[in-house]
Design a protein. Structure first.
Ligand SMILES: *[C@@H]1O[C@H](CO)[C@@H](O)[C@H](O)[C@H]1NC(C)=O
Ligand SMILES: *[C@@H]1O[C@H](CO)[C@@H](O)[C@H](O)[C@H]1NC(C)=O
Ligand SMILES: *[C@@H]1O[C@H](CO)[C@@H](O)[C@H](O)[C@H]1NC(C)=O
Ligand SMILES: *[C@@H]1O[C@H](CO)[C@@H](O)[C@H](O)[C@H]1NC(C)=O
Ligand SMILES: *[C@@H]1O[C@H](CO)[C@@H](O)[C@H](O)[C@H]1NC(C)=O
Length: 539
């Protein structure tokens, strides 16, 4: 402020002195012309700089929407944060008898560790109903009344004894801190690039933004999509010789010591004390399940979007077929090309084809499991003319060993390269490798992907596009770097961005929440259901 003030005074003095000096030499009108022109120019440049692009406006609008949902609270002692054990879950309007299809509401009244009622909302929950012996489960929908009371809405989808799990995953005070921490830096992992030029090799620092003057940087820019990657220049090695990339963990933290106390394992995903254990649900014969339409692209996916029964997923809004066996998968994919663009959770598809269903063979990849997981993969069934291609979604990638970077292409650019058509299926997923960075980065990717899909549909409206959300993962993960709340906000972004587009939406967040997944890579039953929904949409 003071610097600016003195700077302006100084500038005025200089202008005044020059004006006095030159007055005799240059005509007054000419000087005035120059001065005005210069000011106009300046003003124009300022406008250009301060006006966000349409893309940036889109990103900001979505960010602000999510930001409004996140609590902004502070606390001075852990005793004044939400305690799951002190909180109470009660069954609202308990019935003598419950029937399939009934809705049931649980009320949550939250208290802190000192036993005081909470007066604001924002707690992050995991809520589900389940029947272990029936291998049945479904998510509950949380309604935040913003005064320390919440309603959890369940639909009783199956017959039998239904149990409840109502967990405080993180207290609102922790959520507020995590959200602030996520946006306190450009990210909590950093990168190293390896430059290779003839026999020379060198390693340098890379990232989205680096604190170096422009002439010390190699810039890898995508102007249309407003994406950038930077590396610190290495003398004598051209920028084009960047060949490999890896990430570096240094786990910086933007949480205070007090806030960290909220994220000790014993305070994550804690069950709320319940005044009830279960309800028994009967068939009642008074309601028959309507004949649901086959799942098509373009259908709205509500929350919850379905339920598991005998480990089979039943979407609530459409009818899903099973694509598990070699024959079933071939019946969908025969004569088709399937492009998988994403991360290792989508790579599980091609692993399933080649290693479980065994209806396809890898091209030159004699390894099993996740070996060389960052690599581009190709699997083929020559007899049925099936072509499956897996490629990662592009920078960033949380890989702590060097991978071949020049293969990286943003997902939007990958989509642009496809002609599409009725025999092309493109499945996309993204999220786990973005939890480490501020949310706007993820939003920008999603908006760019949406735009690329819109362009693809102009060329080839009959291309099948499948959008798979990221899944919930293990509890013991590094909260600030990979935590579930970061993933949840990304899930909300994905729902928002792809709404209304003619794509098949797979709500794996919902599925893995209901399933209580404890693995970043969904286990076999879950994976089979994800694939079945994808191929029901696509075929
Ligand atoms: C994003 O941009 C498109 C077109 O420019 C516009 O139709 C849409 O409403 C925008 N969305 C948001 C959330 O700003
Ligand atoms: C917790 O909050 C209450 C008021 O809501 C206050 O009286 C109390 O001092 C606080 N306790 C701690 C340990 O900060
Ligand atoms: C916090 O709560 C515990 C248990 O209720 C109590 O023993 C402790 O004295 C409280 N601490 C403060 C600072 O209020
Ligand atoms: C349960 O709730 C859903 C969604 O809110 C609604 O569509 C359905 O009709 C309700 N079912 C009953 C039996 O009230
Ligand atoms: C919270 O708000 C709801 C709806 O306005 C009300 O019914 C409930 O009693 C309130 N709870 C508390 C603890 O104030």
């Amino acid at each position: 402020m003071t610097f600016r003030f003195y700077f302006l005074i100084g500038m005025n003095v200089i202008i005044l002195l020059s004006y006095v000096y030159y007055r005799g030499k240059i005509q007054y009108s000419k000087l005035r012309y120059l001065e005005e022109n210069c000011r106009k120019q300046l003003r124009h440049e300022e406008v250009v700089k301060s006006m966000p692009s349409a893309l940036q406006q889109n990103v900001s609008a979505i960010f602000n929407k999510i930001d409004k949902m996140v609590p902004s609270v502070t606390f001075t002692h852990v005793n004044n944060t939400t305690s799951a054990k002190n909180s109470r879950a009660t069954l609202l309007n308990p019935q003598k008898k419950y029937c399939i299809g009934d809705n049931l509401t649980v009320q949550l009244d939250m208290y802190d560790y000192s036993g005081n009622p909470k007066t604001y909302g924002g707690d992050f929950f995991r809520s589900r109903i389940y029947s272990p012996e029936l291998k049945a489960a479904a998510s509950g929908r949380i309604e935040d009344l913003n005064n320390g009371t919440y309603l959890v809405h369940f639909t009783l989808f199956w017959e039998g004894r239904v149990k409840f799990s109502l967990m405080v995953y993180h207290p609102s005070e922790g959520i507020s801190a995590l959200w602030r921490a996520r946006h306190a830096s450009d990210g909590v992992i950093s990168f190293q690039g390896k430059f290779k030029y003839g026999s020379q090799e060198a390693i340098t620092k890379c990232g989205f933004r680096l604190d170096e003057p422009d002439d010390k940087l190699c810039k890898y820019l995508d102007h249309r999509d407003e994406e950038s990657i930077h590396c610190v220049k290495i003398p004598n090695l051209p920028c084009e010789s960047l060949t490999y990339m890896k990430c570096v963990f240094h786990n910086p933290t933007y949480l205070t010591a007090l806030e960290k106390q909220l994220f000790v394992r014993s305070n994550i995903a804690v069950e709320i004390s319940k005044t009830f254990e279960y309800v028994d649900v009967g068939k009642c014969n008074n309601r028959k399940e309507g004949n649901k339409e086959k799942c098509r692209t373009g259908m709205d996916s509500p929350f919850p979007s379905g339920y598991f029964l005998k480990n089979e997923w039943h979407p609530v809004f459409c009818k899903m077929s099973s694509y598990k066996t070699s024959d079933q998968i071939n019946s969908c994919l025969q004569g088709k090309k399937l492009y998988l663009i994403g991360d290792s959770t989508l790579r599980q598809f091609i692993m399933y084809f080649t290693e479980v269903a065994k209806n396809m063979q890898y091209f030159n990849h004699p390894f099993g499991g996740f070996a060389y997981w960052e690599k581009t993969l190709l699997a083929i069934n020559m007899e049925k003319n099936i072509y499956v291609h897996y490629k990662r979604h592009g920078f960033p990638l949380e890989s702590d060993s060097f991978y071949y970077f020049m293969e990286d292409t943003y997902t939007s650019r990958q989509i642009d390269q496809h002609a599409g058509g009725k025999d092309t299926i493109i499945a996309i997923t993204m999220g786990q490798h973005f939890r480490q960075f501020p949310l706007p980065l993820y939003i920008r990717r999603m908006v760019n992907i949406r735009r690329a899909i819109e362009r693809l549909f102009l060329r080839s409206p009959d291309t099948k596009v499948i959008i798979k959300t990221e899944n919930a993962r293990d509890i013991n993960t590094h909260v600030e770097r990979l935590g579930e709340f970061h993933g949840y906000t990304q899930y909300l972004v994905m729902k928002e961005v792809f709404h209304g587009l003619n794509v098949g939406f797979i709500d794996v967040w919902d599925m893995s929440n209901g399933f209580a997944t404890e693995n970043v890579h969904p286990q076999l039953h879950l994976l089979q259901n994800i694939m079945s929904l994808a191929f029901t949409y696509a075929c």
